[in-house]
Design a protein around this ligand. Structure first.
Ligand SMILES: Nc1ncnc2c1ncn2[C@@H]1O[C@H](COP(=O)(O)OP(=O)(O)OP(=O)(O)O)[C@@H](O)[C@H]1O
Ligand SMILES: Cc1ncsc1CCO
Ligand SMILES: [Mg+2]
Length: 274
C-alpha cells in the first residue's frame, strides 16, 4: 500500500494529457468533458462513425456510456467497441440504464464481447447485468440492492463473468472484481448519488487513467478513490446555506484542487482487498 500511495501523489494532474474519445449520454456530456479537462486529459465527444478511422489514430482511450440511447448511438457504440478491440485501444463500458431498459441490457451483453478493460455501473445495474434480482429502477441504484448479503451475492456473480474484464459496481460501498483480486472500497458521501452524472464522470476518469498507461485495477482504484475523496472534501466545505448544486460544483472544483492541496490524498483511502 505504501508503494501505491507514493505513486498516487504524482498521478493528478495527468502528465501525458491523454486524448479520450467519449460516446456518452446527452444528460452529463458537458460534465464528462470538463472532468477530463480538470485533470489535464483531453476530451473529444464524437458519435459520428464517419470520423472514427481518423480519430482512432490519435486517441489514447475510449469511454462508451449507454445512457440516453438511440439507434444511431447504438451503431456508434458497436462500431467503436469493434475498432477498440481490433486496435487494442483501452476502453471503459458504462452500462447505464440496463436495470430497466431491455435494449440497453441486450447491447451491454453484445459490447462485453469486445472485452472492455473495465465494465462499470452502479450496484443495481451490475446486478441486472449478472441476472440477479434488482430493486433499482431507471439509472439510479437502490439501497435494497446494497445489503451485506446482496453485495456478497454480487461479488460471487461477478467472479463468474469474463475473467479478462475488471468489473466495478458503485454505491455506498464499491466493488472492484478482477481476475485475481476483489476490492471493497468505502470512500464517498451520499450526496454523490444526488447529482446526475457522478457515475458517468467516474467512467471518464478511469478511461483517462487507462489512456495514461495505468493497468485496469490501478485505474479503477485510483479514479474511484480520487472522485470519492473529492466528494468528501467538497462536503466538508458546505454550510447550512449550501444546496446540492453547490456540492456538485465544489466536487468538480476538487478534481483540479485535491491533488495540489493534498499530495497525500491517497492516505485517505478506505478500502480493502478481500
Ligand atoms: N451512498 C453513497 N455513499 C458514498 N459514496 C457514494 C454513495 N453512492 C454513490 N457513491 C459514489 O458516487 C459515485 C457515483 O456512484 P453512483 O452509484 O451514484 O453512480 P451512478 O448511479 O452510475 O451515477 P450516474 O448514473 O448519475 O452517473 C461513485 O464514486 C460512488 O462510490
Ligand atoms: C438521468 C439520465 N438518463 C439517461 S442517462 C442519465 C444520466 C445518468 O447516467
Ligand atoms: Mg451510471
Amino acid at each position: 500500500m505504501k508503494k501505491i500511495a507514493d505513486r498516487a501523489s504524482e498521478i493528478f494532474p495527468l502528465k501525458q494529457a491523454p486524448l479520450v474519445h467519449c460516446i456518452t449520454n446527452d444528460v452529463s456530456i458537458e460534465t464528462v468533458a470538463n472532468t477530463l479537462l480538470y485533470i489535464n486529459a483531453q476530451p473529444i465527444m464524437t458519435n459520428d462513425v464517419r470520423e472514427f478511422s481518423e480519430l482512432f489514430k490519435h486517441t489514447s482511450s475510449l469511454l462508451l456510456n449507454l445512457g440516453s440511447l438511440s439507434k444511431e448511438k447504438e451503431s456508434a457504440l458497436l462500431m467503436a467497441a469493434k475498432k477498440a478491440k481490433a486496435k487494442k485501444k483501452p476502453f471503459v463500458l458504462d452500462i447505464v440504464g440496463v436495470t430497466s431498459a431491455p435494449i440497453a441490457f441486450y447491447l451491454s451483453q453484445q459490447l462485453e464481447k469486445y472485452k472492455p478493460n473495465i465494465l462499470k455501473g452502479n450496484v443495481s445495474e451490475l446486478r441486472a447485468f449478472c441476472g440477479l434480482k434488482v430493486s433499482g429502477r431507471g439509472v439510479d441504484s437502490s439501497e435494497f440492492d446494497q445489503t451485506e448479503e446482496g453485495m456478497e451475492e454480487l461479488v460471487k456473480a461477478l467472479k463468474q463473468q469474463d475473467s479478462s474484464i475488471t468489473y466495478l459496481a458503485t454505491g455506498k460501498k464499491d466493488l472492484i472484481v478482477s481476475k485475481d483480486e476483489t476490492w471493497v472500497m468505502e470512500n464517498g458521501v451520499e450526496k454523490l448519488q444526488q447529482f446526475t452524472g457522478s457515475g458517468d464522470l467516474l467512467g471518464a476518469l478511469i478511461a483517462a487513467l487507462l489512456g495514461e498507461g495505468f493497468d485496469n485495477l490501478s485505474a479503477a482504484i485510483f479514479a474511484l478513490s480520487y472522485l470519492n475523496i473529492c466528494g468528501e472534501h467538497a462536503n466538508k466545505k458546505l454550510t447550512s446555506s449550501n444546496g446540492l448544486a453547490d456540492f456538485r460544483h465544489e466536487t468538480l472544483n476538487q478534481l483540479s484542487l485535491l491533488s495540489v492541496t493534498n499530495d497525500n490524498w491517497f492516505n485517505q483511502v478506505k478500502g480493502r482487498k478481500q
